[in-house]
Design a protein around this ligand. Structure first.
Ligand SMILES: [Zn+2]
Length: 317
């Protein structure tokens, strides 16, 4: 086993897009949801050659239905962490948007408590592993709900929750709308990352840095701006890059090579992550293999991105 295979770090993975396929039948039974009469892969994962954001987003419909009770959220979080541990992921930051799990009447507190209890169950049996939860506000979400997510992150900070994020369709509404949320997050001492420069322009990355983000989700559009790249290096802002997802959602156009190696060689604090393990049909093992086979990554490069990720992690100590 290579050195980098033993101690992996994932800073960017969404719980709903990363449900292990092996637990889906159990989740369906627990939720009383009937699964479509098709192979699970067809419902929960994109085809290997997916190049469509629409197809990508469709894969979140069913997970959204399965994660609406405390038991299901707790079980999903626990089993996801167990699966990560099997793949030698020793530091994992799992994210989800509490407001998407309220369809059957759960409160924000119940949802976050359920995820924390699942995480803690897994951690008892995986003693070397560290894990924490990032709560996502949603672009296009109600302002009150997004503000509630900030308050939830504040209440649970240090008790399982480690940070905040904004997810959803980038650019659909101006990030300025989130100024009050981030002001409050700063008052409460909650660090945050923002999805930016994934399917939008590098201006969004600049704006995320202006808002005070200490990391950027994806950020691949930085490659189009020398100024943005320079600022990322200067301010040591980490990019949470998810290569396979970026190809599937067309964050990187099919005719272009993913800029991950250029961004790393430019001195930017690049980290490598999975985004949505089940939707994308990926794992950190697969991401690393892909980087070595197709992007000229050496063993030292992989160790470097892991070191970057440990440094940029919101989990302290
Ligand atoms: Zn993401």
């Amino acid at each position: 086993m290579k050195e980098y295979e033993k101690n992996k770090v994932d800073l960017h993975l969404h719980m709903d897009g990363s449900l292990p396929l092996s637990i889906i039948p159990r989740l369906a039974e627990m939720s009383g949801v009937t699964l479509p009469d098709k192979p699970l892969e067809e419902v929960f994962s994109v085809p290997a050659d997916c190049r469509s954001l629409v197809d990508y987003l469709k894969c979140f419909d069913m997970p959204g239905k399965l994660l609406q009770t405390k038991e299901c959220i707790s079980y999903a979080c626990e089993q996801l962490l167990r699966e990560l541990y099997q793949d030698h992921v020793m530091l994992a930051e799992v994210r989800f948007a509490p407001q998407l799990h309220k369809k059957r009447g759960l409160t924000g507190e119940e949802i976050v408590n359920a995820a924390i209890s699942g995480m803690n169950k897994a951690l008892v049996d995986c003693p070397e592993m560290k894990a924490g939860l990032i709560l996502c506000m949603m672009i296009g979400g109600e302002e009150a709900e997004n503000l509630e997510t900030v308050e939830l992150a504040g209440s649970f900070l240090g008790k399982g929750v480690i940070a905040l994020d904004i997810a959803g369709a980038e650019g659909m509404e101006p990030a300025e709308k989130f100024v009050p949320m981030f002001q409050r997050a700063k008052e409460l001492g909650i660090p945050f990352t923002i999805h930016a420069g994934e399917c939008g322009s590098y201006d969004h990355i600049n704006l995320a840095m202006d808002l005070g983000a200490s990391r950027i989700g994806h950020g691949v559009a930085a490659i189009y701006s020398e100024e943005t790249m320079e600022r990322l290096v200067r301010e040591q802002i980490a990019l949470e890059v998810c290569v396979i997802s970026n190809l599937q959602t067309l964050a990187v156009p099919p005719e272009e090579t993913h800029p991950v190696k250029k961004l790393l060689d430019r001195g930017i604090c690049v980290t490598i992550n999975t985004d949505n393990m089940t939707v994308s049909g990926t794992s950190l093992t697969r991401e690393y293999d892909n980087l070595v086979k197709h992007y000229g990554f050496t063993e030292a490069d992989i160790l470097k991105v892991q070191e970057n990720a440990r440094r940029a992690s919101f989990i302290k100590g």
